[in-house]
Design a binder for this molecule. Structure first.
Ligand SMILES: [Zn+2]
Length: 161
């Protein structure tokens, strides 16, 4: 492989420094910043294209009532199980999310949750296998939550007619 010239490396470093400074000083995406504070860290994971579910989880902008409540879309920030509906609760802990519509336990979700149990989110993100498990888990549950939300919205519209 051809060696990258020093001046190109210097430019890359300068760009990354500016990017890092902007990331630190931006008031936006602070949840994600708390999980991935260093730009260089993210740039190392060249093979990771997070799924929509993971993006929801990491950004906090997903089917979580705490967020939807903040945006005044739902009345309560609580999950139907009674806990505060945060990304961690919905994806990693909510007892209602490992039960299928027919009432049986969804073994895929239980297995994925066990794999990520008691592991810090930053540790999950650093590990290729755990990161993939989070992608899968968050995608399954985000889709499921979206379906529940859409069903409820359709029912509300139907009831109003
Ligand atoms: Zn819950």
């Amino acid at each position: 492989m051809r060696e990258i010239p020093q001046d190109i490396k210097d430019i890359d470093n300068k760009i990354n420094q500016i990017w890092q400074r902007n990331w630190q000083n931006s008031g936006k995406s602070r949840r994600l910043y708390g999980i991935i504070p260093m730009i260089e860290q993210r740039l190392k994971w060249t093979n990771w294209n997070p799924d929509k579910g993971s993006m929801h989880f990491l950004s906090g902008h997903g089917p979580y009532k705490s967020k939807l409540h903040e945006l005044k879309i739902v009345e309560s920030p609580e999950c139907s199980c009674g806990q505060l509906s945060t990304p961690e609760h919905v994806i990693l802990h909510c007892p209602e999310n490992h039960v299928k519509a027919d009432g049986t336990v969804d073994a895929r979700i239980v297995d994925l949750r066990n794999e990520l149990k008691n592991v810090d989110i930053r540790e999950i993100i650093e590990d290729d296998i755990k990161r993939t498990s989070l992608d899968l888990l968050a995608t399954i549950i985000s889709y499921k939550e979206k379906e529940i939300y859409m069903r409820r919205m359709r029912r509300n519209i139907y009831d109003q007619e």
